[in-house]
Design a protein. Sequence first.
Length: 215
Amino acid sequence: MRSLIKPITLALVLSAPPALAGPVGFGDWRQHWFARFADVDFTYSTGSLAVQANAAVSITYKLLDQSHWEARAARWSWSVDQTVPGTDLRLKGGDDRNLALYFAFLPKAEAQRSGASRNLRKLLKHPEGRVLVYVWGGDHGRGAVLPSPYLGARGKTVVLRPSGTGAHAEKVDLVADYRRAFGEAPQALVALAVSSDSDDTNTVTRGQITDLVLN
């Protein structure tokens, strides 16, 4: 019996799915190229990202290594202390929101081919890329899936909270939401991003995202 234990154990190890590095810290995120000129303050720490947008829009992001590519769910907590008014998130140039969390996907072969040269601008414009954007903002109901005014068929907005203040914990099923948005299974999760947008309404919004975990 003892001689069977090692082969069986080895087979189980080899057949197990790759481990995912669950928590995602914010200490190594970086601002997108246009963000340097916007009056948006990002405050980074290992477990949290605080954002204040002063009648401005900006975005910060993190490229993910291969250990995260198979992530199929996510959870996080977020809060808003000062809110933009409700807007139409389908309207380009009129879609202010408190916070938006982006999940960017590529086909695995393309993700491997792109390697370290990937950057957010290229990902958002990649014809085979797909982006789910979870939003706190707008005047739409929770769970609404909306076309992105900037990404076309490559991106969909999923409303988690309409405009307002408060604090909430979120848990999302990336597979189910991706299928609902794009009609197929997601592939490699290659990047995350966070934006805040208050320039169209000329207002100030303050919020924070903490304890982001992929699984």
